[in-house]
Design a protein. Structure first.
Length: 326
């Protein structure tokens, strides 16, 4: 019998400190009205100076393991997606999370897929489970995006916030991950990037750069095409979807895809107004909020989609296999 992978739990951790649009008005030439009109964002959460992405990810991971009714030692692989890892190239943030959970002799590695990180995590974890290589894979999107922000660049800093989301993927025939689609096009890499420091100024800080208008145009088109394609491939009509949980980058992008699929507001999960763009943590944070509100229930069919620098993008169709929140 073919192994089927299932998302067995979802969890998140959100830092307490809030950076509102009003706060940003004191830092840069912007306004609450301008930000909300263009992005839908009202505020975002920011980690403390001594908090790292691994700290945020560990807190989400602990809860995800508990909600899957497992112990840390039941986990045999950890994969982390982050554009703001603890260290530059090594050690991986996944290794730090594993250590924080008291685990050793375990597969642990990071992936770099920007804001599409959680979709890529699902594809990796699904493959590990369905191949029989692993039994329980912990996936974590952990972001301290504030560590790569230039708070004098209003085109970028208004968009991003910090947070983490985690999930456990295990074998389950009842509530499978139906399909995951990931793709990339490196021709657009210069539109959204974090440059490596030049050799002559190795210690200079890194900061994200984005050409917003160009990114918006490409993102809308690619996401619309991708979600239509994955539904058609699996012969599922949009009305069969219980919840649409997109990457929370920009309200205008989300609404464009929502309208293309004719999803009602009650089927679309929105958290961008509260958390901003938390990159790889965005989808699991939104999923967790729907779960804790009782909107996401065991057996629900959900559609995910995301787009990020690279360019990379992807979508996923899956049944939620976790127990109902109580």
């Amino acid at each position: 019998m073919t192994n089927k992978a299932s998302l067995k739990s979802i969890a998140a951790y959100i830092p307490e400190q809030i950076l509102s649009n009003k706060d940003l008005e004191k830092l840069i030439d912007t306004s609450d009205e301008w930000i909300q009109k263009r992005t839908g964002i009202k505020e975002r959460h920011i980690a403390q100076d001594d908090e790292k992405s691994s700290d945020l990810g560990t807190k989400a991971a602990i809860l995800a393991v508990q909600r899957a009714n497992l112990k840390p030692e039941d986990i045999d692989a950890i994969v982390v997606a982050s554009l703001s890892p603890d260290y530059f190239t090594m050690p991986s943030t996944a290794c730090i999370v594993a250590s924080n959970l008291g685990l050793k002799n375990i597969t642990a590695f990071d992936i770099s897929a920007g804001c599409a990180g959680f979709i890529y995590l699902l594809e990796v974890a699904r493959s590990l489970i369905e191949s029989g290589a692993k039994k329980n894979v912990l996936i974590v999107g952990a972001e301290k995006t504030s560590s790569v922000m230039d708070y004098e660049d209003r085109s970028v800093c208004i968009l991003f916030g910090d947070g983490a989301g985690a999930a456990v993927i295990s074998k389950d025939e009842g509530y499978p991950i139906l399909d995951v689609h990931t793709a990339s096009d490196g021709r657009y890499s210069e539109l959204l990037k974090i440059d490596r420091a030049k050799k002559s100024s190795f210690c200079s800080p890194l900061a994200m750069k984005m050409k917003g208008n160009e990114v918006f145009k490409v993102a809308v088109q690619m996401l619309q095409n991708d979600v239509v394609e994955i539904l058609a491939k699996n012969k599922i009509s949009p009305d069969k979807i219980d919840l649409f949980i997109p990457h929370q980058a920009n309200l205008r992008i989300i609404k464009a895809v929502q309208e293309r699929l004719n999803f009602s507001d009650d089927k679309c999960v929105l958290t961008v107004q509260k958390y901003g763009n938390t990159s790889a943590a965005s989808i699991p944070m939104a999923m967790n909020e729907a779960y804790e509100q009782g909107r996401l229930k065991q057996g629900d069919l959900i559609l995910l989609d995301a787009f990020g620098g690279g360019f990379v993008w992807g979508s996923a169709l899956l049944y939620f296999g976790g127990k109902n929140f109580s």
